[in-house]
Design a protein around this ligand. Structure first.
Ligand code: AMP
Ligand code: GLY
Length: 420
């Protein structure tokens, strides 16, 4: 079959890598792709936020299946446009993608189905929000309602910090995303990510992971999109997975179906674990980045069969063929990230690295210039390895990191520390 993947980061490189290994895949196009993806798929220039353009491109290229990577095209209704055109696609409708696109929507769904999450209140003006913060005390969490590219959440340790965040958001710092604000109870505990496929009826777990959000070793410095990840996450024990399915995921899916907007696609639940119980921090309606890289490393070619079963409503008959393995990815970023950074520095040493079912460098933000791979983003490479133990995956990934010659880049040296 002919397959189109939308997106051009490390997540989409990992998806394309897994899909391309499946014999069902005849032709693979990734839009827009990147320099690493170009080694295993055709890259196409396409406005992935424009549903009509995606439908036209898919028709012209006889595409049988579209896999939507990032949240922006989902929120923009690209899955709806494809469905209306009769083209099979992996990814939720815009109505179901509100589980990521609107924090107030998610909180309402949780309340309606009894899913455990932080206590919350919503505000559209600064004064009552500040009064609520003063009444609740700190620490407390301030969240912009809409999509804010990871910048919409402030975990405030003091009342002043929380009030400043509210004033900032209502002052327009995040544009329309901050026109409504959710103020939430601070949840202490250990965070982990749980990924499930849903076809509107059946839920199939496809792995757990933990990422490292802070830029610096020891979880210090500002938040980033994620500096590394590993799977499985030992903190998510089988008992916790079952509790999360029973109390959070399945009730949410039932509530979405009840509302006439069944959820179809991958659901990424951010969970907070404390006192032997998981509570929901947030939902995302896509694979995590870089969590997807470790999940794909573990799933390999069967990922395509699972995504197809999900899109075709066949998850009740599907199962994951798990190996007893571990995967870990180290993000290499451009100096300055998550602040300002330069583009265009040359990255050497990549061609000599192993590329097999246990070693892969996924490209997150790269371009090719005069035959050289150059940095073209903040997060640039996802150096990913698999092993029989987390230690083995870790050592393999860092051996690759150490063989990459990129003086203008950096990475954390402690990915996996919690589990190791
Ligand atoms: P979100 O975009 O909702 O995932 O929030 C980003 C990060 O903020 C989460 O991954 C958590 O680390 C933190 N966070 C969000 N909500 C809470 C909460 N209620 N309590 C503690 N930490 C939170
Ligand atoms: N790594 C976090 C995310 O993809 O949202």
């Amino acid at each position: 079959m002919n397959i189109l993947v939308l997106g051009g980061g490390g997540r989409e490189h990992a998806l394309a890598w897994a899909i391309s290994q499946n014999p069902k895949c005849d032709r693979l196009i990734v839009a827009p792709g990147n320099a690493g993806i170009a080694a295993l798929a055709e890259c196409a220039d396409l406005d992935v936020l424009d549903g009509a353009a995606v439908v036209a491109f898919a028709a012209e290229n006889a595409i049988d299946f579209v896999v939507i990577g990032p949240e922006a095209p989902l929120a923009a209704g690209v899955a709806d446009a494809l469905a209306a055109a009769g083209i099979l696609a992996f990814g939720p409708s815009a109505a179901a993608a509100r589980l990521e696109a609107s924090k107030t929507f998610t909180k309402e769904v949780c309340d309606a189905c009894g899913a455990p999450t932080a206590a919350w209140a919503r505000f559209t003006e600064a004064a009552p929000a500040a009064a609520y913060i003063r009444a609740q005390g700190a620490p407390i969490v301030v969240k912009a309602d809409g999509l804010a590219a990871g910048k919409g959440v402030v975990v405030a340790m003091t009342i002043d910090e929380a009030v400043a965040a509210v004033e900032d958001m209502f002052g327009g710092s995040l544009g329309a995303a901050g026109a409504e604000v959710v103020i939430e109870e601070f949840m202490a505990g250990e965070e982990a990510s749980f990924f499930v496929l849903c076809d509107g009826k059946t839920v199939l777990p496809v792995g757990t992971a933990q990422d490292h959000k802070r830029v610096g070793d020891g979880d210090t410095g500002p938040n980033t999109g994620g500096m590394g990840a590993y799977s499985p996450a030992p903190v998510l024990t089988e008992a916790l997975v079952q509790q999360a399915l029973a109390e959070i995921i399945r009730p949410t899916m039932a509530e979405m179906a009840r509302r006439g907007t069944p959820y179809k696609g991958v659901l990424y639940a951010g969970l907070m674990i404390a006192d032997g119980r998981a509570r929901l921090v947030e939902y995302n309606v896509r694979f995590g980045d870089p969590e997807c890289q470790v999940l794909m490393m573990r799933l390999g070619a069967q990922a395509l069969d699972l995504l197809l079963a999900c899109a075709e409503g066949r998850l009740a008959g599907a199962a994951v063929n798990w190996a007893d393995d571990h995967a870990l990815t180290v993000v290499m970023a451009a100096d300055g990230y998550p602040g300002t950074y330069a583009k265009g520095s040359a990255i050497r040493g990549l061609p000599a690295l192993p590329e097999d079912s246990s070693h892969m460098v996924f490209h997150a933000g790269t371009a090719e210039r005069a035959g050289l791979v150059v940095a073209n983003g903040g997060r640039v490479l996802n150096v990913t390895a698999r092993g029989a133990s987390l230690r083995e995956a870790h050592d393999r990934a860092y051996a690759m990191v150490d063989a990459i010659d990129w003086p203008e880049g950096f990475c954390r040296r402690d990915i996996g520390w919690r589990a190791l």
